[in-house]
Ligand binder design. Structure first.
Ligand code: GRG
Length: 296
């Protein structure tokens, strides 16, 4: 029987590594001060750090030292954090609470929140393009993976589709179109980028990419499920927001139980991909299960 890895301990230790690197990402005296304050207010807030941890975990599965992976890990968190800041803006989901604290625009105003998001998005690519101890073509592939996941074929496209679907209903494949882009692509990119730190055959890269996609779809289903079942205190963001905005979600389309069942199916599919790798991938199994076990 497979040993159950201590995923909580792994998450805690790698979050610490990521948090330390994020805290060092910008010089203390950078100007204009208000912009850097706004960027760091959101970036250093208490997030789960799932995208950077996934990137580290994939690389470590192939014996890459985590310290080497840190620039890619923090670039992922910067892109994620930008998306949260913009997602919370009045023109988007108009939310007051994120990571248990007032949203960026509530503290710094809309214009600075927009710029803080822009600053994090663009700086992520500066960080990721600094010299790394990997062949240039693999580093270029990392930059491309992050750009594709964040851009119009990924998160930005998913956000537009999500906004356009408010107040409507549709088919399950239309909902999957949104979730794939809005959420899964960035989690998938985290896995692909982690794999690019190692010299792997194409079959392994493809398995890691599919693992990330299934995990990402499960993650967004759980996000929808938690929005209905968890409290604002547990989530650190306003619970019930999807219903308030009349969002097109899995609980609305198929109900709570079927949402959970589909999320578990994607986790099983994600784990099946790991069988293609020639190494033991216990932490990656554990992280896939964490996605459905999490309660915030
Ligand atoms: C370009 C103006 C402009 C806006 C784009 C791309 C975008 C805004 C928004 C992305 C859509 C988005 C926020 C999707 C939701 C993904 C999701 C479930 C986020 C929550 O992730 P967690 O739970 O958050 O990992 P923490 O706080 O733990 O990091």
């Amino acid at each position: 029987m497979r040993d159950v890895p201590d995923v909580e301990a792994y998450l805690a230790s790698r979050r610490e590594l990521v948090d330390e690197a994020l805290a060092r990402a910008f010089p203390k005296d950078a100007e204009p001060g208000v912009l850097f304050d706004a960027m760091q207010y959101s970036l250093l807030g208490p997030g789960k750090r799932l995208r950077p941890v996934l990137c580290l975990a994939v690389a470590e599965t192939f014996d890459v030292r985590p310290e080497v992976v840190v620039p890619a890990a923090i670039a992922l968190e910067m892109v994620h954090c930008y998306s949260l800041i913009h997602d919370d803006l009045p023109a988007m989901d108009d939310d007051d609470l994120r990571r248990g604290r007032p949203t960026n625009h509530k503290v710094y105003g809309e214009a600075t929140a927009l710029l803080a998001g822009d600053g994090l998005l663009t700086h992520a690519f500066t960080v990721l393009s600094r010299p790394l101890p990997v062949p240039a073509e693999r580093q270029l592939a990392m930059i491309r993976a992050l750009g594709e996941a964040a851009g119009p074929f990924g998160m930005v496209g998913g956000q537009q589709a999500d906004l356009s679907a408010e107040g409507t209903s549709g088919t399950e494949s239309q909902l999957e179109f949104i979730h794939l882009r809005k959420t899964a692509r960035l989690l998938q990119a985290a896995c692909v980028m982690g794999g690019l730190f190692a010299d792997l055959p194409d079959a392994h890269r493809s398995a890691l990419s599919k693992y990330g996609e299934h995990l990402g779809l499960a993650f967004q289903m759980m996000d929808d499920w938690l929005d209905v079942t968890a409290t604002t205190e547990a989530l650190g963001k306003t619970a019930g927001r999807d219903a308030a905005l009349d969002k097109f979600t899995y609980p609305r389309l198929v109900g709570l139980d079927a949402t959970l069942e589909r999320a578990n199916r994607h986790v099983a599919d994600a784990c099946r991909q790991l069988e293609q790798l020639d190494v033991s991938a216990d932490i990656l199994h554990g992280l896939a299960h964490y996605v459905v076990a999490r309660r915030h």
